[in-house]
Design a protein around this ligand. Structure first.
Ligand SMILES: [Zn+2]
Length: 293
């Protein structure tokens, strides 16, 4: 099945649940950025989180940005999502050494290092709303759990998992975010605590090819589940020559004339899809004329 997110509530809306299958979009990111294993997994987890948090946005024009910046060799990741769960992102250092933990798992924390995790929501207000926390583990799911508790005061459980095959390709990718609303009963809270402590790991559920719907049923087997939406999600870059041109114009006439004189051309690169936009002498001249009028 194509990538999608299930949006559900349990117990009359006292728990909200988002479960995503993002296998294709994480593969798309790998194809675009040609990342080594740790950046593939780190970017994949950020994209999966972004696609779910995009689905949490209320208005069509809302935009979410997730940014992690650390002092490790991976340096950082930026991911952007719109309210239709279309995501794009890039990692600042696409190839890094494959650090392993003693358990044999990839050590994302070591590659990312210490730094900050920032969530920015552009909700069409004067200023975007943002929340920032220090990186907790660099595993991303823990960092997000902490972010939700600290910045949004919503107790949440976040799981993100990217399974790679031996060749470094994405076998399966997905994640879930479970959030307790203020009206959640004590019974529900202890049910979830117990459930999450004894649940097979998301990695093993994905390995068994469990779909988001099956995972939902495993999480809340005998509970009153209501599925509200099945939201398609995908990797999507909305850059265009027109947008790049606007960015180029925004540097101003003097700067443009300078570029024209010294380089006679301008190459602009989109980090999200790796497309290059070239503006030759004539293009630059036309932009300057446009600006002067
Ligand atoms: Zn692009």
């Amino acid at each position: 099945m194509d990538d999608h997110i299930i949006r559900a509530t349990v117990d009359e809306g006292s728990v909200r649940v988002f479960i995503a299958d993002t296998t294709n979009l994480v593969n798309e990111a790998l194809k675009i950025h040609k990342t080594s294993p740790i950046p593939t997994v780190a970017l994949g987890r950020m994209l999966t989180a972004g696609s779910i948090m995009g689905a949490m946005l209320k208005n069509d024009t809302d935009i979410l940005t997730l940014n992690i910046r650390g002092d490790g060799p991976l340096k950082g990741i930026t991911v952007t999502a719109d309210s239709r769960s279309r995501v794009k992102g890039y990692v600042y250092e696409p190839i890094v050494e494959t650090f392993l933990k003693e358990s044999g798992k990839l050590d994302l924390g070591k590659a990312i290092g210490f730094g900050t995790f920032t969530v920015i929501k552009d909700l069409g207000l004067k200023e975007p709303v943002s929340g920032q926390i220090p990186i907790i583990s660099g595993e991303i799911a823990d960092d997000l759990t902490y972010y939700f508790a600290k910045s949004e005061q919503v107790p949440s459980s976040v799981a993100l998992s990217i399974l790679l095959d031996k060749g470094g390709f994405v076998k399966k990718a997905g994640g879930f975010i479970i959030q307790l609303m203020p009206n959640a009963s004590d019974d529900m809270v202890s049910y979830l605590e117990n459930k999450l402590a004894h649940l097979p790991s998301l990695t093993s559920m994905l390995n068994e090819e469990k779909s988001p719907k099956e995972i939902l049923n495993i999480l809340f087997e005998n509970k009153d589940i209501k599925i509200h939406d099945i939201i398609p999600t995908s990797y999507y870059c909305n850059c265009s020559r027109e947008k790049v041109e606007k960015a180029l114009i925004s540097v101003g006439i003097n700067e443009l004339e300078d570029i024209l004189k010294t380089d006679k051309k301008a190459n602009l690169h989109c980090h999200f899809c790796n497309k290059d936009y070239e503006f030759n002498e004539e293009d630059l001249n036309n932009l300057i004329i446009k600006l002067k009028n």
